[in-house]
Design a protein around this ligand. Structure first.
Ligand code: ADP
Ligand code: MG
Length: 303
């Protein structure tokens, strides 16, 4: 079954910003799905529409095969949302924030309390239950929004940059908890601009840039596609341009250095030999760490 099916989704804001230019996306039940993209790409807009908080301009959205236009109430019960911005009262107590949310879904108070205790304990917030939310750290506030999003046991949990600006320990807690939820059958969609986070958690990924989906594949395939090693060669004897070597990507940075990209199966000595033929001697080289973030930026810039 498809947890989410989006087709031709468009959003133009009142100020004429075209945030989504017709996107198609499918997320299968049980998936842990990453929606990646730089700031302003349209991630939160898409999530806002899926959660019925933002009106779309065109296209259709189905959640577990129910259309958000015609079966709005039903689709809302399927979705739990952890928004990008804190959106609870800073004066309200932690426990009340979670319990009151249960009220919107008509969950009886005793069941709500039981669940709230479970999720707040699991997220290490139970001891803070009587505090007003303003007494929480940023990471704790995020975790509170996660507990709140789960109170009606949604089949699809959507988290909009849940780990942005969160300390390492809290991030790890969130990762563990999200993994546990997913293993328990909850479909998860996570937006992030950390490709490493997507790599750690997610199975499938879509990359969105300027309101368009520019890549939609498995995380494994995405990484393989861009798995290259980058070397900087410091050379002597280089005058003018360098003769290309088939299938190798060699770029002159200045008269003393070259940037060389190696894909799997390519051989560094072949390049050194090629350069020697040209009278260029490789004096030293360094391996520039092939950061995933860098690949991601490349991918986005390429469009
Ligand atoms: P992301 O979550 O990927 O950072 P957003 O969906 O927040 O991207 O924003 C997509 C584009 O829409 C951006 O250009 C942003 O400035 C614009 N935008 C977002 N919300 C509004 C709004 N309420 N009114 C006008 N423009 C908006
Ligand atoms: Mg956003």
């Amino acid at each position: 079954m498809q947890a989410l099916s989006i087709s031709g989704l468009k959003k133009t804001y009142k100020n004429n910003t075209s945030a989504l230019q017709g996107i198609d996306l499918t997320v299968n039940e049980g998936d842990f799905f990453a929606l990646l993209g730089p700031n302003g790409a349209g991630k939160s807009t898409a999530i806002g529409i899926i959660s019925c908080l933002v009106n779309k301009t065109g296209g259709s959205v189905k959640i577990f095969e129910h259309d958000i236009d015609t079966e709005n109430d039903k689709t809302k019960t399927f979705v739990g949302l952890v928004p990008q911005e804190f959106n609870f009262s800073v004066f309200e107590r932690v426990l009340d924030i979670v319990i009151n949310q249960a009220g919107y879904y008509g969950i009886p108070r005793d069941i709500a309390l039981e669940r709230a205790e479970y999720y707040l304990t699991r997220l290490d917030l139970w001891h803070k239950r009587s505090e007003p939310s303003r007494a929480l750290s940023g990471g704790m506030k995020r975790k509170l929004m996660i507990a709140r999003a789960l109170i009606h046991r949604p089949k699809l949990l959507i988290l909009d940059e849940p780990t942005a600006g969160v300390d390492v320990e809290t991030r790890r807690q969130m990762w563990d908890f999200m993994t546990e939820l997913n293993e328990g059958g909850t479909t998860i969609i996570l937006t992030t601009h950390y490709l490493e986070e997507a790599e750690k958690l997610c199975k499938n990924v879509a990359i969105i840039n300027k309101g368009k989906i520019i890549e939609n594949t498995s995380i494994k395939k995405l990484l393989a596609k861009f798995e290259k090693e980058v070397f900087i060669f410091f050379v002597s004897g280089m005058a003018g341009s360098i003769k290309p070597l088939s299938s190798y990507n060699i770029e002159k940075l200045d008269d003393m250095s070259l940037k060389v990209e190696l894909s799997k199966g390519q051989n560094i000595s072949e390049i050194v030999d090629h350069l020697r033929h040209e009278g260029i001697i490789v004096e030293t080289m360094k391996n520039r760490s092939n950061k995933l973030e860098e690949l991601f930026i490349n991918l986005v810039n390429r469009q």
